[in-house]
Design a protein around this ligand. Structure first.
Ligand code: BGP
Length: 485
């Protein structure tokens, strides 16, 4: 196995702590298929791929995807064969409530995830359950989706049924309310690559984040109130994506400021209300958006406000941090005026360096292992060391080869940086979930980029799964609990 961790790890203990959890991740729309089977309702991704095929890469759909709805036992077997001890998967809201409204539970949908959870528990694999990984019921989108506050109530109702039906088994104790909040807000961007269809930029974007923060807090508080922890022992968080910004010119103060501004608009915006001591949006963010709004002739800021009660209600609603950490980008200041958009509010331009190893199969992904250690330290320095971190996603895209040496190199170097964070920087780490367990529909690139530890033959009606070389790397890691020299 081509591997370079020895160089990077010379100064660090290569052993993982005993309680470090190894696992892999997927999401419902990306793997399940069976889009209209057994009473499942239409999701925004079904709607989008069926109605705007030209916006999907190669006109793809997730109608069948990797057929995990039928093949989940094989997915669990893959986890078992790699010695993984957790599986991060998501629940399709329209499979549970076909319209998203809480008055019509689809028992067949409930049963599918019950079967999956039971299969995992059979092999002692801990479920890490994401409640929402982007496949919103279209019916709720017709009400305005995340921009309509009524959805906060419906999300709470959805969370309740999940706690009721799946939280009973003691092992279902890791919950994530939302996957990548910022990306959900971007779903409302004007670029036609992402469901749902665009809503007003610079307004819908902030409104989406605002309502999601409220919905997240509702699900957290509901659990506290109705599902006493002495019975369910659960831990709840969100999965936040953070791409690590690096100053284009390290010695330029202006570029350093761009780093902070980028973090403010991409991460602190959504993390501060939950994780900071004072709660609420950062003052700096409020000021920037208020000023821009005023210049643009708005009577009030485009950033919605929380009441003091809401600040208190949202603050502290996480028991750990779920972190999707893939890569870095270079940033430089770019003050623009005029446009009502988050990009212009932020005023930072993003580049990928041509000296980095990039993935040919992804527009945004480069191999930047130091981003892992940087993000982990940034989080600890900003929000305190009490929060353990579960890497909820991390992985590399290629064209799907079984000999996936680049993926092995990626994981090796990222794990090395994670070990530095654990042993040298004393970051509290819970574990790591590789994206992805199997090849799947990757949103904007559909079936043209592959992240799986297992290959899926999408031409085969049976969707044959085959372990890639990286799956053996993982197997070695889980059995030795040590990075190879
Ligand atoms: C994250 C998503 C995953 C997964 C991954 C790979 O943003 O949470 O669902 O898709 O990125 O990215 P992409 O599919 O854009 O290549």
């Amino acid at each position: 196995i081509a591997f370079t961790s020895s160089i990077l790890c010379a100064e660090v203990d290569l052993t993982f702590p005993d309680d470090f959890m190894f696992g892999a991740a997927t999401a419902s729309y990306q793997i399940e298929g069976a889009w209209n089977v057994d009473g499942k309702g239409e999701s925004i991704w079904d709607h989008y791929s069926h109605n705007y095929p030209e916006y999907m890469k190669e006109n793809a759909t997730g109608d069948d995807a990797a057929k995990s709805y039928y093949k989940y036992k094989e997915d669990v077997k893959a986890l078992k064969d790699m010695g993984m001890n957790h599986y991060r998967f998501s629940i399709s809201w329209p499979r549970i409530f076909p319209t998203g409204l809480p008055n019509n539970v689809n028992e067949k949908g409930i049963k599918y995830y019950n079967n999956l959870i039971n299969e995992l528990l059979k092999y002692n694999i801990t479920p890490v359950v994401t409640m929402f990984h982007w496949d919103l019921p279209q019916y709720l989108q017709n009400l305005g989706g995340w921009t309509n506050e009524i959805i906060v109530q419906y999300f709470e109702d959805f969370a309740r049924i999940l706690y009721e039906r799946y939280g009973d088994r003691v092992s279902v104790k890791w919950w994530l309310t939302f996957n990548e909040i910022q990306n959900i807000c971007f779903g409302t961007r004007t670029k036609k690559t992402f469901a749902p269809e665009p809503v007003t930029p610079g307004i819908g974007y902030y409104l989406t984040g605002h309502n999601i923060l409220k919905a997240h807090a509702r699900a957290y508080r509901l659990y506290e109130k109705e599902f006493p922890r002495d019975k369910q022992h659960g831990k709840i968080s969100i999965a936040k994506e953070i791409m690590w910004p690096i100053a284009l010119n390290e010695s330029s103060e202006c570029d350093q400021a761009a780093v902070n501004k980028n973090l403010l608009f991409t991460s602190r915006w959504l993390l501060d209300p939950i994780f900071s001591k004072q709660g609420d949006y950062p003052q700096e963010l409020k000021d920037i958006i208020a000023n821009k709004s005023k210049e643009q002739g708005f009577k009030q800021s485009r950033l919605p406000t929380f009441t003091p009660e809401e600040v208190k209600y949202i603050r502290g609603t996480a028991d750990y941090l779920g972190l999707n950490e893939y890569t870095s980008y270079l940033v430089t200041m770019n003050e623009k005026k005029g446009n009502v958009s988050m990009a212009d509010d932020m005023g930072v331009t993003i580049y990928i360096s041509d000296t980095w190893i990039t993935s040919k199969n992804s527009a945004w992904l480069s191999m930047n292992p130091q981003s892992m250690r940087s993000v982990l330290n940034w989080f600890k320095d900003n929000y305190g060391e009490q929060y353990g971190v579960l890497i909820t996603e991390n992985g590399f895209a290629d064209g799907g080869d079984l000999d996936d040496d680049m993926r092995i190199k990626y994981y090796g170097t990222y794990f090395a940086e994670m070990l530095k964070a654990i042993h040298i920087d004393k970051v509290k780490m819970i574990g790591h979930s590789a994206w992805a367990l199997i090849d799947n529909l990757e949103w904007t690139t559909a079936y043209t980029s592959k992240f799986g530890l297992y290959h899926v033959d999408f031409k085969d009606p049976e969707r044959k799964r085959t372990p890639k070389k990286s799956s053996y790397f993982m197997k070695n890691l889980t059995s030795t609990r040590r990075l190879p020299e």
